[in-house]
Design a protein around this ligand. Structure first.
Ligand code: DX5
Ligand code: ZN
Length: 232
């Protein structure tokens, strides 16, 4: 399973260093959580910080736009060097045009939906996306608890993608840690966004990533309640 660290809970005073630490530990791409204080009740950062991360890593970078009317800013994220832009179905009035605009700018197009948004809202969009991001928490904050009904939603999106023969990545975002990562992989997700499980005052990014990889490689019975294998 691919891992996409979210820098949301990283130490922003040492951002370049934190990005490099995760890259060296072996991750697949960086997930940048852009929040506007309107679509979600929190503000993080915009294209300038995305561009700074871009300069700190050779890995692909995706911007998860938790903003209203994201079509206003697509060009900014292209200039910031983003490989993929993910928009929320709840935030786009003219979704087809927005997805096409992202691709026309030379980026991959991703679509996301909140935990209780009916899956039918994305079905028609699937032929036009390179990635589907299933939210397993309400967007807005890092370090929240995984909403268990997300697992069945991942299974259903997996079936929808398979039915149309789509090769789009199926990514899950929110509350992924060593205790929850296997169930999302088993439900058919191909990528896990990992925030607090990688960037936390309690462990280094390398330790966090190792715990996630071990959890993926271990069977359920031998895990401690915190998700670390008992052999640790
Ligand atoms: C939630 C963001 C996330 C989140 C992930 O609004 O989209 O990417 O910060 O963080 P964790 O893994 O800590 O839930
Ligand atoms: Zn995110």
């Amino acid at each position: 399973m691919k891992l996409a660290p979210s820098i949301y809970t990283a130490d922003f005073a040492r951002l370049g260093e934190q990005v490099k630490a995760a890259e060296q530990a072996g991750v697949d791409w960086f997930h940048l959580d852009v929040m506007d204080g309107a679509f979600v009740p929190n503000i993080t950062f915009g294209p300038m910080v995305c561009e700074a991360v871009r300069r700190s890593t050779a890995l692909p970078c995706e911007a998860h736009l938790m903003v209203r009317e994201p079509e206003r800013f697509l060009e900014d994220y292209r200039r910031a060097g983003m490989d993929r832009v993910i928009v929320h179905v709840e935030a786009c009035l003219h979704l087809y045009s927005t997805l096409q605009a992202i691709r026309r700018l030379g980026m991959q197009a991703g679509i996301s939906l909140n935990p209780l948004t009916p899956l039918g809202a994305i079905e028609e969009a699937l032929p036009f996306v390179d990635l589907v991001l299933v939210m397993s928490v309400e967007p807005g904050f890092g370090g929240q608890t995984y909403i268990p009904t997300a697992t069945e939603r991942i299974r259903r999106v997996r079936a929808m993608l398979d039915r149309i023969g789509s090769k789009a990545e199926l990514e899950v975002d929110g509350g992924i840690n060593p205790s929850t990562i296997r169930q999302v992989r088993d439900a058919g997700a191909t990528v896990a966004v990992v925030g607090a499980a990688v960037y936390s005052p309690n462990h280094t990014p390398a330790e966090g990533i190792r715990a996630l990889r071990l959890a993926l490689a271990t069977t359920g019975e031998s895990l401690r309640p915190d998700g670390f294998p008992v052999c640790e």
